[in-house]
Design a protein around this ligand. Structure first.
Ligand SMILES: Cc1ncc(COP(=O)(O)O)c(C=O)c1O
Length: 369
């Protein structure tokens, strides 16, 4: 007989998922109701309103896609791009590369603007790319989880709009851990994930679309190539007067984000961002005292993801598996170009506490004597 699930509890200090508040887990055990039940429609409306507040937007079409952050990414591109369109993608790590892959699968022409890993994308390079073509959209990652870079957005947003294109932003890692001002920064399509600073389980992708991006979708000549992610149908379920069935809403997951967003707004956005910044500084001081070097220059570091070089003489996998098996602490390995060279220590949402910082520093000290 297969045994009941009993995984050892961990302290989640990697690139996500982060620790989940017991209130969120309890909300997931709320009795099942139908996904078209008027009570559930009310819960969806509350999730939409709390998501708007989190994205700092008035966009009516602000909801959650029933799958992880990559589905939010794919939703933006498959709905906005048609074969033959041009897209400029800013690439400074793994997730910019993932965007490029999706753009090509849409049959669109890809123009890349590359930055060195560990550095932000240079607005001058974006300007050059905008002068070389007439893109339908320009996309960029706000918090590049593979490198730990926080990308400034406002200057690039202005250039994109001056060129008449749509501005698409990945906020999977930044949302709920640092400012994401969708309206003020002129973002036309944005997506995120639940398992990082929102601190809900993985499985949903909050999204928001400006009226300009909805107009672009409404004037498509071809059908969206993905049935599941076709926003013209998903919109009717989330925001239509009649709430038409598209796919069965993931009821318990919606319960989870409902409670997680209540917790985010109880704390308050400004207080939450200040906590992430302060704790990042505490972790940075402790790591630097031990001789660790950060990958990213000070002005561009993510508060919720700290990418440091693995000191010479230490084996990546050995240290991480000792942290996991002896201390129940998970940290992230390097991805792509940084595999084997970098550790990524997350301070996201519920995992962003002084206790987590003290534990990881003490454990690293004991392992690396
Ligand atoms: C910046 C960024 N974008 C997109 C994704 C993809 O999200 P998911 O793994 O939830 O599909 C991630 C996941 O780590 C991410 O960090």
């Amino acid at each position: 007989m297969t045994k009941e699930l009993k995984p050892v509890a961990r302290f989640l200090m990697g690139p996500g998922p982060s620790d989940v508040n017991p209130r969120v887990l309890k909300a997931m055990a709320t009795p099942m109701i139908g996904h078209l039940d008027p009570q559930f429609i009310q819960i969806m409306d509350e999730v939409m309103e709390m998501t708007r507040q989190l994205f700092q937007t008035k966009n009516q079409v602000t909801s959650v896609i029933s799958a992880t952050g990559s589905a939010g990414m794919e939703t933006c591109f498959v709905n906005l791009l048609e074969p033959g369109d041009t897209a400029i993608i800013c690439v400074s790590g793994v997730f910019g590369n993932r965007m490029c892959d999706i753009v090509e699968r849409c049959g669109a022409k890809l123009v890349r603007v590359d930055a060195k890993w560990g550095e932000p994308v240079d607005p001058v390079q974006v300007k050059k790319a905008l002068e070389s073509c007439q893109p339908k959209l320009v996309a960029i990652v706000h918090a590049e989880t593979s490198t730990g870079v926080l990308q400034p957005l406002e200057e690039i947003s202005k250039m994109v709009h001056d060129a008449g294109a749509l501005f698409v932003v990945d906020t999977v890692t930044s949302l709920a851990g640092t400012q994401v001002k969708v309206d003020e920064w002129g973002i036309d399509a944005v997506y995120s994930g639940t398992q990082k600073c929102i601190s809900a389980p993985p499985g949903l992708s909050p999204v928001s679309f400006s009226s300009k991006s909805l107009e672009a979708m409404d004037s498509r000549k071809t059908k969206v190539q993905s049935w599941y992610l076709d926003l013209s149908m998903i919109r009717k379920y989330w925001t239509g007067a009649k709430r038409a069935y598209h796919h069965t809403g993931p009821v318990s997951m919606i319960y989870s984000i409902h409670e997680a967003l209540r917790i985010v707004h109880e704390e308050g956005l400004e207080a939450r961002f200040a906590r992430h910044k302060l704790n990042h500084e505490k972790l940075r001081d402790g790591l630097e005292e031990m001789g660790f070097e950060f990958i990213v220059a000070p002005g561009y570091r993510l508060p919720m993801l700290n990418a440091v070089k693995i000191p010479s003489g230490f084996d990546d996998a050995t240290v991480r598996s000792r942290l996991l098996n002896e201390y129940n602490i998970e940290i992230g390995a390097g991805l792509g170009d940084f595999a084997g060279k970098v550790w990524r220590i997350g301070l996201m949402g519920e995992s962003c506490t002084i206790n987590h910082i003290n534990m990881v520093l003490a454990a690293l000290k004991q392992i690396m004597v």
